[in-house]
Design a protein around this ligand. Structure first.
Ligand code: XIL
Length: 408
């Protein structure tokens, strides 16, 4: 799956020589080109040597309460079977979250296992849990190249694809109509590296339907649930790297096209799968891009926030410090932008993170990308997020908790 390759950045194995090169900028060694790995190692050492304080006067209240105090939503992606089988974890979710995101339970391959059959057991379970505890619910996702079931490959043709897409969206969105805060309608449709002028990713949907599959998906979703906020969601929008820069530009063009054509899209989702130790972060650039998105009348959600610790040293204190720093730097920029209405992490506790599988550490140490540790205790990353909420400006009246009905 593409996520694994994009997370497969080189491991940092810093030899003493590389480290000295990295440190040797002013000593003549700068003439030797620094490899990416060595440079990265140098940055990690630099971050590790500059500890920051994420101290709070108290570990109470929860993330949800701190966010709500600013008119923001905090929540996390999770799966019904986790809530059903791990009561301790369910309790932690209830303590920290105002919103639940369907991590897997509404993916095509889970919910639409056969051409004529839908299986809503898990998603219904999650929706009931949310309703019972008065949590907001967010659906992920309606169109993605990655989660397509096997039957799709043999059944979908240029003649049938439109109908398959429309039928899926009508059925799935229709079932939860009135109960969803928002939907990721189209996920990861851009990949400038695929070489198209419009930056669209080569996907089965694009091949079978053509470029207007995106518009078709949004229009169908809006008809099936006029109250839900409809979102375009993507990754690699965060850093000052060529691939992020290209995708930010392509996304702006896509959003402009959709708005010109009156397509019912109300927000974008920044997945924000961040990299511990990545220093190519340009606050000014990111913030002016967010402003451009906002000026199209769109809301912005941080939809899948986590920080991989794959490239970081094993030392727990250093690792947690750098991960917390990544949360702090990113959220400081995002939360300054009034169009940002929600922060959702991709999981809540290190007990359950997709990164254990997709970005494991070479030393086999357990990954620590999320706000709570394996034992559901609040850790430094939690404090960094809490602090970011505490420092965020208050959103104005137009409540972040309402969906499309009140968006501009
Ligand atoms: C991941 C899930 O967390 C995994 O459980 C699943 O097997 C693979 O996908 N971008 C997305 C999410 O939009 O759906 C991905 O989630 C993470 C990257």
């Amino acid at each position: 799956m593409s996520q694994s390759s994009r997370l497969a950045e080189p491991m940092v194995r810093l030899t003493r020589r590389q480290f000295l090169w990295g440190m040797g900028g002013g000593m003549g060694a700068a003439a030797v080109p620094l490899s990416r790995t060595a440079y990265h190692g140098y940055q990690i050492n630099r971050l590790a040597s500059q500890p920051r304080s994420f101290a709070l006067s108290s570990l109470e209240p929860s993330l949800a309460e701190r966010a709500a105090a600013k008119g923001l939503i905090y929540g996390a992606a999770t799966q019904h079977h986790l809530l059903a089988n791990d009561p301790e974890f369910a309790e932690a979710v209830l303590r920290e979250c105002q919103m639940l995101v369907t991590e897997n339970d509404l993916q095509w391959n889970q919910v639409h296992p056969d051409p004529e059959r839908f299986d809503f057991a898990a998603a219904d379970g999650l929706a009931e849990f949310a309703q019972m505890h008065q949590l907001l619910l967010r659906g992920h996702n309606l169109v993605w190249h990655n989660s397509l079931p096997d039957w799709f490959k043999t059944t979908a043709t240029p003649q049938t694809a439109r109908q398959i897409l429309v039928n899926h969206i009508q059925t799935v969105v229709g079932r939860y109509a009135g109960r969803m805060h928002s939907w990721d309608v189209v996920n990861e449709a851009l990949l400038p590296a695929d070489g198209r002028a419009d930056g669209l990713r080569q996907t089965p949907w694009l091949e079978l339907i053509g470029t207007d599959y995106i518009e078709l998906a949004f229009r169908t979703a809006a008809e099936a649930d006029p109250a839900a906020l409809l979102v375009y969601n993507d990754f690699e929008l965060d850093y000052d790297r060529p691939q992020d820069q290209a995708k930010r530009m392509a996304l702006l063009r896509l959003l402009e096209r959709l708005k010109q054509r009156d397509v019912p899209i109300q927000a974008i989702g920044m997945q924000a799968h961040l990299w511990g130790g990545e220093t190519r972060f340009n606050a000014a650039k990111l913030s002016s891009w967010l402003e451009q998105v906002a000026s199209l009348g769109l809301k912005i959600l941080v939809t899948e926030l986590d920080v991989t610790d794959q490239p970081l040293p094993q030392d727990l204190a250093i690792r947690d410090q750098i991960v917390a720093g990544a949360y702090a730097d990113y959220l400081a920029v995002l939360l300054e932008q009034p169009a940002v209405i929600a922060v959702l992490t991709w999981g809540l506790s290190d007990r359950y993170s997709w990164l254990a599988e997709f970005a494991p550490r070479s030393d086999s140490a357990a990954v620590r990308p999320l706000p709570l540790d394996q034992h559901l205790q609040r850790k430094l990353a939690w404090q960094a997020i809490a602090q970011a909420f505490d420092q965020a400006p208050v959103r104005t009246k137009q409540s972040a908790t309402s969906g499309a009905a009140t968006s501009p």
